[in-house]
Design a protein around this ligand. Sequence first.
Ligand SMILES: NC(=O)C1=CN([C@@H]2O[C@H](COP(=O)(O)OP(=O)(O)OC[C@H]3O[C@@H](n4cnc5c(N)ncnc54)[C@H](OP(=O)(O)O)[C@@H]3O)[C@@H](O)[C@H]2O)C=CC1
Ligand SMILES: O=C(O)C(=O)Cc1ccc(O)cc1
Length: 429
Amino acid sequence: MDDGKSIGVIGMGDMGKMYAMRLSDAGWKVNACDVPDKFETLVEEFKGRPRIQIMQSGHLVSRCSDYIIYSVEAKNIDAVVKTFGPSTKLGAIVGGQTSCKAPEIAAFEKHLPSDVHIVSCHSLHGPGVDPKGQPLVLIKHRASDEAFNLVEKMLSCFGSKHVYLTREQHDRITADTQAVTHAAFLSMGAAWKANNQFPWEYPRYIGGIENVKINITLRIYSNKWHVYAGLAILNPDARKQIKQYAESVTELFKLMLGGHKEELRERIMSAREAVFGGGRLQQELLLRDEVLDRFSLGDIPEKRLKNNHLSLLAIVDCWWKLGIVPYDHMICSTPLFRMWLGITEYLFRNEALLEEVIDTAINDNTFRADDLEFTFAARDWSQRVSLGHFDAYREKFEGIQEYFEPRFPEATKLGNEMIKTILEKTKEA
Ligand SMILES: NC(=O)C1=CN([C@@H]2O[C@H](COP(=O)(O)OP(=O)(O)OC[C@H]3O[C@@H](n4cnc5c(N)ncnc54)[C@H](OP(=O)(O)O)[C@@H]3O)[C@@H](O)[C@H]2O)C=CC1
Ligand SMILES: O=C(O)C(=O)Cc1ccc(O)cc1
């Protein structure tokens, strides 16, 4: 197709395989590789797909492909580009799929020959989500119009919404949308494990907003640790957001513990005005009860149990403190971010529910143990990210992953249905 142009994929993990399959289905010739150990298995796996040629190494992929996409762990990007970059075909185009662009583009600038064009991309969704209609960021960093147009043409088969950004804009926006969203759900999982709970076994965590919290938490923990570690640790903006989230959690929890109801209300209402004010309170809600209740891992209790939703109060507080208006980032949002914003908005735009939450926060101490662990967890994640320590991140992530593992198949199935349904509802947002 297209004058015999071909696409190279270095890193045939979840995203690399998804790209290779969709691009080859659209008629493109794909040259792909992973680490040498996986050569035989990949050859076997792709033997029914003549348009995908599995190669022994990134050198072979680089020397014969016209657009080469690095789809490897973000933390390895410099080393991998250093190894294969010099083998890039003369005048070819190179890009990457990593979730944080500053280190990726720095690696390209450092290790690629100067005749090579640089056009990077980032699909803002996981490998199991249909790319159609989802944002696809394109970064024309160092490229002729002709080179950029070829990349756009190649990637157009995803049917994604193209969003044109610089690397700086990309990293700033994804810190706001992804990193702090993940921090909240990672902390929920850590708190449930610390309290030795499987939340779907407790009526308090079933139905409505709780379903979304559980499904997304399990979805994140069923993915690979390096994806979340990379986008949090390598992005300096992300550290700042995650730190503010942990501070918001801590300060709100202290107000709850001290019984400072008026101060708590005032703070919540100021944050609400900053994030949801200015006409946004009149717009249609992203999510509704009937959608939220459909996706439960446990039996829905007859009467919904109260929760003070510390995790949700803290995200709005965090957005307010950082001057973030999440709606400004919808063009660049992931499915998880839209759901996170959906449940947050659901709470903050329902005054009766918000009053109930404030009342529960002050007067109902059955949540103290959960909230204490949640506060510890948010601070601990923030510290691990600030230290920039990949091993410390991995150790915590994988411990929690192991705890929830038995429920992943069911949660993934339900989570996929939930995402599909909720995305249909939030598509126009
Ligand atoms: N998963 C997601 O939801 C999304 C991920 N991304 C980003 O895409 C990138 C890939 O993620 P994902 O596919 O999920 O991760 P995977 O771990 O599934 O894939 C990465 C693959 O690259 C391989 N690899 C590492 N070094 C080399 C090398 N020198 N040569 C060839 N292959 C190599 C890895 O092998 P090994 O395991 O042996 O190291 C692994 O198979 C990451 O940067 C991630 O941040 C972007 C959007 C969504
Ligand atoms: O939607 C999310 O936030 C995910 O967890 C999936 C994901 C992970 C990494 C990315 O760079 C983009 C999407």
